[in-house]
Structures are given as C-alpha cells and as structure tokens.
Design a protein around this ligand. Structure first.
Ligand SMILES: Nc1ncnc2c1ncn2[C@@H]1O[C@H](COP(=O)(O)OP(=O)(O)O)[C@@H](O)[C@H]1O
Ligand SMILES: [Mg+2]
Length: 269
C-alpha cells in the first residue's frame, strides 16, 4: 500500500484567507490531484491563482480549512511539528525568488538543513554540501556570499540547498522567474538532471511553456553527463492548471495542447 501511494495527494482541499471584501476568501477551492512517484507535474496559473499556497499546503506550512492532504501517504491533518519534520526533510523546497540567507555564505546556506537535522558527522555534511554545489556547477563557491553571485547562480544555490539532503521529492516555486532565457534553460536542465539521475519526483511552478518543453523533451544521459534533447514526449511530465484557486486542467502534454478552454490556452500560446 505505502509503496504505491502517491507522493503528494490533495482531496478536495480548500484554503481560506481573509482577503477583504473584493476577493473570495477561498485561495484554494476543492483542489484535488495526485503526484505519483517519478512524475513531474508542471503547475501553471495566473499570478494570485494559488500556486505558492498550494505548494506550502503540500508541505504542511499552510493548514487547509477543508479536505485531505497526504504527503508520502501520510495524512498531514493533526500531525505535530515533530511528526511533520521527518516528512519535510524528504521534500526539498525551492522557494519563490530563491530566498537565500544573505548573511550566510553559499556553503552555510546549502548546509542549513543539517542545523536542524544533526544525523550526520560534520565531514559527511561538508562532503554533501560540496557534492550538491558541484551538481549545480558551483564548485569551489562555498565561501562566497550570495550578494557576490548572479541571479542564475543564486537560483542554483537555492536548488542545491533544497537538494542537499537527497529528498525524493522536490518542489520548485518559479525557479526560472526573472531569469534571461539562456539562464532559465540552464536551470531547467538542472531540474532534468536531478529528475533522471536521482529519480526525483517534482512539482514545478512556471509561467514559461518553454520550461515545460525542456522537461518533456530532454533526458539526462549518465554516460555523457549531459542533458540531451529527445523528440519523444516524456509521459511522466504532466500539467495542472489553477484558476482562482480551482483546478481547471490536469493531464499530459497532448491533452494540454488539445484543450479548448481559453484560460488554459493562454499558457500554451
Ligand atoms: N498568508 C496569506 N494571507 C492572506 N492572503 C494570502 C496569504 N498568502 C497568499 N494569499 C493570497 O492568496 C492568493 C494566492 O496567492 P499565491 O498562492 O501566492 O499566488 P501565486 O499563484 O501567484 O503563487 C493571493 O490572492 C494572495 O494574496
Ligand atoms: Mg507564487
């Protein structure tokens, strides 16, 4: 049972915030979806449609007013922070804008989760940090301050920080927002590399169709160490479209391109 449980499952999840008289209080309105092991789900939606709240709800950082959220098969309702903690360690979150600690070095940023989870000896922590920085092609930059890095490099540090503990699930909130196309492409290649070399399941917010295209049409080749493009669409790349807190589309690339709904079509045209 546990082996086949979805990695993330929402069942009729509603989240309400008081947003004043002009907006409905439902930020998520009866949202249901499943993220299966090995799947990458791309989350599209206009600004304010609830994408970031959905991600925080998946991690138990926002508590739903109704419905059920399961993370790795565990119902999050009623779990204490202590019970939630090991589940969160298995989910690497790349927050919107990267959100690095500016007063910590790159290495200290990446090592941050080890402060809370002292399970590893210190030299093993250091090795993992170096490995994670090398994975995102920032070898030797552990001593730099975030302010010394470009926007794309900062985003890569945020990915390394989320990934350093080797979580089976990654949540990427707009990892390419505000980046130029070349840098954005590089970030998406890292996402593909993580997916294919570490078998990471992922939920990824973007407003760029090009990002989804990279996910669906590239593979990391372990033999060459490169991300190669392929004509075949990867069946494990799926799409979820949110509109004002409601799911208006869930399906694969082919169904997405065949969708008639004008709101859904905005993301593919
Ligand atoms: N903590 C909060 N309190 C009140 N309203 C919030 C809170 N967090 C988000 N919202 C509102 O919920 C809606 C969805 O926000 P968000 O998930 O951040 O949108 P996006 O799709 O752009 O990521 C927005 O109207 C936002 O203002
Ligand atoms: Mg957001």
């Amino acid at each position: 049972m546990a082996a086949t449980a979805p990695v993330v499952e929402f069942e009729n999840v509603t989240v309400r915030f008081d947003r004043g008289a002009h907006f409905p209080s439902e930020v998520l309105d009866q949202v249901s979806f499943r993220l299966s092991e090995g799947e990458t789900k791309v989350l599209f939606g206009a600004a304010g449609s609830g994408k970031s709240v959905l991600m925080k709800t998946a991690l138990g950082l926002v508590t739903p007013d109704a419905g059920v959220v399961r993370l790795f098969g565990r119902d999050l309702a009623g779990l204490s922070e202590d019970q939630m903690f090991p589940l969160r360690l298995r989910a690497g979150m790349v927050f919107q804008e990267g959100a690095l600690f500016d007063s910590l070095t790159v290495g200290e940023n990446v090592a941050y989760i080890f402060q809370e989870d002292r399970a590893l000896p210190e030299d093993e922590e250091r090795r993992r940090v170096e490995e994670a920085l090398s994975f995102v092609e920032l070898d030797g930059r552990a001593g730099d301050m975030p302010s010394e890095l470009s926007g794309g490099m900062r985003r890569r540090v945020a990915i390394a920080r989320a990934f350093v503990g080797g979580p089976p699930l990654m949540l990427y909130d707009s990892p390419t927002a505000g980046l130029d196309p070349v840098t954005a492409h590089h970030i998406m290649q890292l996402v593909v590399k993580l997916r294919d070399s570490q078998r990471v399941t992922a939920l990824l917010v973007t407003h760029r169709l090009q990002d989804a295209h990279v996910l669906a049409h590239s593979r990391f080749d372990a033999a060459t160490g490169r991300v190669e493009s392929s004509e075949h669409s990867d069946a494990a790349t799926n799409f979820l479209v949110l509109r004002e807190g409601s799911v208006v589309f869930e399906g694969g690339e082919r169904e997405l391109f065949a969708a008639r709904d004008s709101y859904v079509r905005k993301f593919i045209e």
